[in-house]
Design a protein around this ligand. Sequence first.
Ligand code: GDG
Length: 470
Amino acid sequence: MKTVIISNRLPVKIIEKNNEYTFIPSEGGLATGLGDVYKTGNSIWIGWPGIEIPEERQEEVIQKLGELNLYPVFLTQEEINLYYEGFSNEILWPVFHYLVTYAHYEQTYWDCYKSVNEKFAKSAMQVLSRSDKIWIQDYQLLLLPGILREKLPNSTIGFFQHIPFPSYEIFRLIPWREELLSGLIGADLIGFHTYDDVRHFISTATRLLLVNSSSNVLNSNERQIVIEAFPMGIDYDKFSSFTTTETVQREISNFKTGKEGVKIILSIDRLDYSKGILERLRALELLLQIHPEYIGKIELFMIVVPSRDTVPQYSELREQIDQLVGNINARYRSMDWIPVNYFYRSFPIEVLSALYSSADICLVTPMRDGMNLVSKEYVASRNNNDGVLILSEMAGASKELMDALIVNPNNLGDIMEAIVIALKMPLEEQQHRMKAMRATVEKFNVNHWVNNFILKLNEVKESQKSLLTK
Ligand code: GDG
């Protein structure tokens, strides 16, 4: 029996150089957390390798990935446009983040989403056997549990969604709502980051599919499906120990040179309208306007990692950020000081770690976020227990990191006030709060998340079996 992980992307990046493919393991949280599972035993990870591979070279890619316990699903550029950028990112992503006016309900997107989920199932069937444990990841594959259930009726299927699940009133807007839910309940265990997501899912499923529920269990066609919250953690040890390495120490001292007496505020996100980047900038602008005493005393380091910029709303957002940063800097900067240091690119993890450990404040203000790992990475990197985390109450992480300064991201005054409180916070209070948050992030780390999910999946399957034999 093996564990089979299925996600949209494989945990490797493919690089093509001189007509040769090289595979580099990616550093994402999911890859790190699930790494232990798929690298051990005869486990396997199925997903899209990230670029279009011509048919004549697919066998070679299958071979090479096989050495890493990976198995590819080959997608064409058109499928990526319609299934991934279209249905997943122009319908599911905005609706699940409550930005319903951003959704484009295109029939061609839906048709392709269905056929690509079928394609994932077809690839999975090449490597799956009856007794395998299947763990499907995220909103790109909502139909896959149902398709696999039809093919392997007694299989063990877990599903975890990394983004929020919206309330019924929002979810019901989607034209293909019943089909999506029916696909999802092909799983035995469905996990979300927070209890609120669980609640929304159960209420939506019972109302749209007319299935019964008791507590966190849905009863459908004689199969019980458990819905539960599994707040995802990070690799705490990696972030905590990284800051002491020579490379990171060098980055820290480079970074700090010339910034004596200036407090650093850090913000790190993928380019996304759900992350509240514009609101964060407006709050900073408000602060400089209302509290001019901080001019020259604070600097925002804002990293925005390029993402989905072929989707129109993302390129528009990028332009708006450019403009707002330009306005703030033009208005407030002096010859030797600049309020917003804005980077539109990604950085190596060493630089990220140096920024986490140098920043006095980490400002995380998404309008909505399934969890938000950046907030946890900041906490794990604060080995001296100092620093202040300002965190949106709309991020899943706010349910765990209760010692952060929690703000409503729509309330610019609230964010501004929190920055002032953070700037004035005595060291003792910073340490008190940070210690408590570090203990939480250390204990509920990514390994804990993986083990907990798998344990529950086994338990759910066992109890289904015992119900059948009664
Ligand atoms: C989705 C959900 C949920 C960022 N910049 C760089 C870089 N990063 C890394 C961070 C962090 C990750 O990207 C971002 O994770 P988040 O959780 O903050 O956000 P999403 O990408 O939207 O993730 C989210 C998550 O899934 C997991 O379930 O928490 O709610 O939306 O790990 O460190 N990494 C490197 N260079 C960068 O410049 N190397």
